[in-house]
Design a protein around this ligand. Structure first.
Ligand code: FES
Ligand SMILES: [Fe+2]
Length: 338
């Protein structure tokens, strides 16, 4: 039985964050967003403020955006440049870009206070093909394990970050993920899609911690016809002339924000405009059904259904993993095949 309580309420979100989102690789941006030493990306990840900074050696370091004095923020959320040091916005403690406390400015003589014990709390940071991921679990397996099933996929051409768009959805993040993980809804929810890809030949495949979806793209389609989803909340959507990274962030028990990072061939302005029309339309359509599902989950009449063995194996796999993270038995995986 599906536990619909996992889609509502602060307690479920707290467990999602502790057991799933803070134990997995989370996309924070593209490496070009922090190109020079001192450039940073600050963002709330799984409810925790984090900052990734280009360090003096040219690599990336990541920390909790939390001062060790009295928990001030080092930098405001967003992208920026902090020079050679973080200077806390509250009382001005200075930290080098490797996280060491360099100066507890004007602190006074405090017996026993050793600045070496007050470095910033570190976070794991790794990159793959220019994409920057952080992990709040210091013992997590490397990012390379997660992306291993993508090894044979063609590398991204060096398209620039062209545009970012965000969308607010009034649903639990898992309701949106489950929508993403199946193509069963395409004929009903996205009827226009069939002009771009052969919906009848849509395929879903679970590989490691990834779910691949594909459909043959028709001539002149804006899509390349492949979609890769990475546990637990990221997708890579490919287009004929670019790609888009889609981050699915839980901002509340029944609130999700989608952040889209578009990388596109700058020469293809007409296709870019066409792609935005398609992308915005698909998101609006999914938003509507996901918000309707959320309302019904909250009502409590629905207590779990059945999943299609033909189309919803990705959903079944996701629900089983979530149930496991919550210490529950997995819901029925697939409907009986008759
Ligand atoms: S909280 Fe950072 S210097 Fe006081
Ligand atoms: Fe959809």
């Amino acid at each position: 039985m599906l536990n619909v309580e996992l889609y509502c309420g602060e307690a479920a979100l707290k467990t999602d964050r502790a057991e799933v989102l803070r134990r997995s690789w989370q996309f924070i941006g593209h490496e070009t967003m922090a190109a020079k030493p001192g450039d940073y990306i600050a963002e709330e990840i799984a409810g925790a403020p984090v900052v990734v900074v280009r360090n003096a050696q040219g690599g990336l370091s990541a920390f909790h955006n939390v001062c060790r004095h009295r928990a001030g923020a080092l930098v405001a959320d967003g992208e920026g440049h902090c020079g050679e040091a973080f200077v806390c916005r509250y009382h001005g403690w200075r930290y080098s870009l490797d996280g060491r406390l360099r100066s507890a400015v004007d602190f006074g003589a405090a017996p026993g206070f050793d600045p070496r014990h007050y470095g910033l709390f570190p976070i794991r940071v790794e990159t793959w093909r220019g994409l920057v991921f952080v992990n709040l679990d210091l013992d997590a397996a490397p990012l390379s394990d997660l992306v291993a099933p993508l090894a044979d996929e063609p590398p991204f051409p060096g398209f620039p970050l062209t545009e970012r768009r965000s969308h607010a959805l009034a649903c639990n993040w898992k309701a949106y993920v489950e929508n993403y993980l199946e193509g069963y809804h395409l004929p009903m929810v996205h009827p226009e899609f069939d002009a771009d890809v052969v919906v009848a030949d849509y395929r879903v495949q679970v590989q490691g911690d990834l779910v691949f979806q594909s459909a043959p793209a028709r001539d002149a389609s804006v899509y390349a016809g492949t979609w890769a989803w990475l546990w637990p909340n990221l997708a890579i959507n490919t287009y004929r002339h670019g790609y888009m990274i889609e981050r699915m962030t839980a901002v509340g028990p029944e609130a999700t924000r989608l952040d889209y990072f578009y990388f596109f061939d700058p020469a293809r302005t007409a296709e870019l405009a066409e792609m935005f029309v398609a992308s915005d339309r698909v998101t609006a359509q999914d938003k509507q059904v996901c918000e309707e599902v959320q309302r019904n989950l909250r009502t409590g009449i629905y207590r779990g259904g059945v999943l299609s063995p033909k189309h919803e194996q990705g959903v079944a796999w996701f629900q089983a993993r979530i149930a496991h993270a919550h210490g529950e038995p997995a819901p029925p995986r697939l409907a009986a095949v008759s």
